[in-house]
Design a protein around this ligand. Structure first.
Ligand code: SF4
Length: 120
């Protein structure tokens, strides 16, 4: 038996997952998405990242970025090392790719702000 909290929506249902003979029984979820989350947490937990990246522009020293898709939870710190090693040197805008297919995980690191275009 495993207990976890569903993070799909702000309600935060407390989930209980019982596994027996290859079958999963999920209780505590208020909707179907909670069951899907519980199954994913057991078999292939994934997360996204929203953070900032350093820039070469003193007026905007850091720029908000996010991942274009979820990645395996176990690779978050590896991806953060890649993001922390980057300095943005051009005036990118929202949706522009900062790191393409980071660590071959199928997700791009993309700018989530137009600050570099708006503040000059
Ligand atoms: S189970 Fe459904 S209602 Fe509950 S936190 Fe997850 S998504 Fe929200």
């Amino acid at each position: 038996m495993k207990e976890t909290v569903c993070i799909v929506c702000p309600r935060g249902c407390k989930l209980r997952i019982d596994e027996s003979g290859g079958d999963l029984a999920v209780t505590g979820n208020a909707c179907r998405r909670g069951r899907d989350f519980a199954v994913s947490e057991l078999k292939d937990p994934r997360r996204t990242i929203c953070t900032t990246v350093r820039t070469a522009f003193p007026e905007v020293p850091v720029l908000p970025v996010r991942l274009s898709a979820e990645i395996p939870k176990a690779r978050i710190f590896d991806v953060m090392r890649e993001i922390n090693a980057v300095t943005v040197e051009s005036r990118v805008g929202r949706g522009d790719i900062i790191i393409k297919d980071v660590l071959s995980l199928g997700a791009d690191v993309i700018a989530s702000s137009n600050l570099l275009k708006e503040i000059q």
